[in-house]
Design a protein around this ligand. Sequence first.
Ligand SMILES: [Zn+2]
Length: 661
Amino acid sequence: MDATRIEEVIGEFVQLKKRGANHVGCCPFHNEKTPSFSVSPSKGFFKCFGCGESGNAVGFLMKHEHYTYPEALRWLANKYHIEIQEEKLTEEQIERNNERDALFHLSEFAQKYFASLLFDNEMGAAIGLSYFHNRGLSDKVIRDFGLGYCLDEWQNFTLHARANGYSDNVLRKTGLTIFHDDGKCFDRFRGRVMFPIYSISGRVLGFSGRVLSKEKQQAKYVNSPDSDIYNKSHILYGLFQAKNAISRLDKVYLVEGNIDVISMYQSGVENTVASCGTSLTIEQVRLMRRYTRNVTVLYDGDNAGIKAAFRAVNMLFEEGMHVRVVLFPDGDDPDSYAQKYGSSQLQQYLHDNETNFILFKTRILLNDIKNDPIRKAEVLTDIVRTIALVPDLLERTEYVAQCASLLRVPEQTLQAELAKELNRRLRATREHTPDPNDKDLADPSQPPADQPSDATATTDAAAPATHAPVAPAVQFNPALHQERHIISLLLNYGNRTYPWPMKDADGNEVRLDYTVMQIIVGDILHDQISFDDPICQAIFNEYSTRVVDGATFVDPQLFVDHPDPQVRDFAVTVMMTDYHISDNWAKKQIHVPLPEERIQADVRESILSLQLKKLDKKIDDLDRQFPYAQTDDDRLMLMAQKKQLFLRRQEIGTQLQRIYI
Ligand SMILES: [Zn+2]
C-alpha cells in the first residue's frame, strides 16, 4: 500500500486530468459526459460526486476489474514490481478455486501454450510463425500481442490442458474444447493462428483464431463463445496495448480487423482498437470514451461496407464523441496499406486524409441521388438525423451550412428539418423521463412532508408540478451547511496546531498552542451545541470522546474506513472538497489568502456562526413559549432568559466582526 499511488492505478483505466491537488476524470462506474470523478493522491482515495462510488486503490480494482481482494493485491504487486511468494497451483487447488478464477487460469495457460508453439515447435514455426512473418509482423509485435498457433491435431491442446490439471468443465466453459454428446471432443481452434483477447488490465479473456487452410467450408475467423469472463460486446480488441497511447494522444483509431490493429501498432500508430468480431456496441463506445472523446474511423474503400457502418457511427455521436473518418484507397485496408508503403507513408496518409464524418457521409450518399427527388429527400432526412446527434450548437450550424451547399438545398430548408428533428428527439426523451415529483410521492422511504425536518422545510407543496427538464433544486439550509463545514475542518485540519489568542487568569491576552480539534470540541461542548445532522453529530461524538480522553491526534482515516457507510461517504466527500481556490481570482490578480493562512480564522468564524444560528433557534423557542406562560413571574423569567441570549448574541456578533476586520 505504501508503494501504491492511486492516481497511477486509476490512470490505467480512466483518463485523469490534474485539477488543483486532485485529479479528475469521467467516472467509470456510471455513464457521464462531464467529469465528476475525483482522485486525491495525498489522501489515497477516489470519490465520484455523480454516483457516490468511493474507496482506495484496492477498492477501485475490486470494483472496476471485479477482482477479489488477493487478486487486487497481486495486480498492485505486479505493477510496482514487488515479488509475492506464491505456491504453484496443484490439481486440487485448481478444483477448489471458484469457476471464474479457473476460466482466467485456463485462458492464460492456453495463451502461453499457443505462443510457445510459435517459437518452440517445428510445425508451429513452419506454419504459424511464418504466416505472421509473411504478413510483415516482427517478433517483438508478435510477443506484444501474445500471438500463437494451435496445432492442426484433434486434441493436442485439450490433452495438454488435462495433463496440467484443468477439468473438462472448464475446458467446455472457455470454449477451447468442443464436446460432442457421444463424449468425443476436439480443439475448437485446431490449425488456426491465435489472437488472444485481453482485458484492459491485460488478462486473457478469450481468443480469435484465423484459419490458414484454403478449405471453403471453414469460417475465416472463429471466436471464443461468451463466458463468465468473456463478453465480446464489452471488449475492444487492442485496448490493453493501446490505452496509454490513446490517453496521451487524446485520440483513438477504430479499425475493422485484429490484424489491422496489430499492423497499425507496428507502424507506430499505437492508439488503435477494433470492435471484437461484432458490429460496434454501445458498451464498446463507452469504453473508448473513458480515454478520449476523439475517434477516427478507418474505412476500406468499399461503398456497401461503408454504408453498413453508418449506423454504428451514429452511436458514436450519441455518446458525445467527435467523429472523423479516413477512407483507404480502393482495395486497401490499413494492414495492406502499411505493408505496401511502410510506416511513415501510412502515418502521412492518415494525417492527410482525415475528414469530418458528416461531410464524408453527405458526399457518399450524394452519389445515390442521381436526380431522384424521393431519394434526395431520404438522404436529406438521414443527414439531418446525424447532425441532430451533435451536441454542440455551433458545430451543428456549421454542418448545416456545409451540407446544404453539398446537397444543393437552401440552408433554411435544412435548418427547418433539423429543428423538426431536434423537437422530435426532445419529445421522445421527455416521454421516457419519469416526473421526479411523482417518484417522491410514491417513495415510501421518503420522510412524510409534514415532519418539521430541515430537509423538507423548503418544499413548497402548493407549487404546481412542472414538466420542464430542470435540475433537482439544491436544498440549502444555513445551519446544516455550517455544521458540515465544522466537521470538514475537523477532518481536514483537526490535527494542526496553532497559537490561539486567549485570556489568562488576570485577563491579559496570551497565545496558547492548541490543535484545531481541541478548539472546536472545547467550544462546542462548552456551549452545549448539538448538531441537527445526525452524521455530523456521530463524527463529532467520536472526536469529542477522544479529545476529552486527552488525545492530541485523531487519524481521519478512521472515518474513511468507518463501519457506517453514511459516515464513510460523508468523510470522503468533505475530504475531497476542502479548500479550492478558483483560478479566476489569480487571473484578476486579487490576493487570495492561502488555505493555510485562512484556517485559523475559518475555525473561529465557523464556531461563532454556528453558535449564532443555535442562539437564534433558542430565541425562537422562547418566543413560542410566551403565549403559554401562566403567570407574570413565568413571563418575567422568559424575558430574562431572552435578554441573556440577546447579550450573548451581541457578544458573538462583535467577535465575528473582529475576524472580518
Ligand atoms: Zn460515478
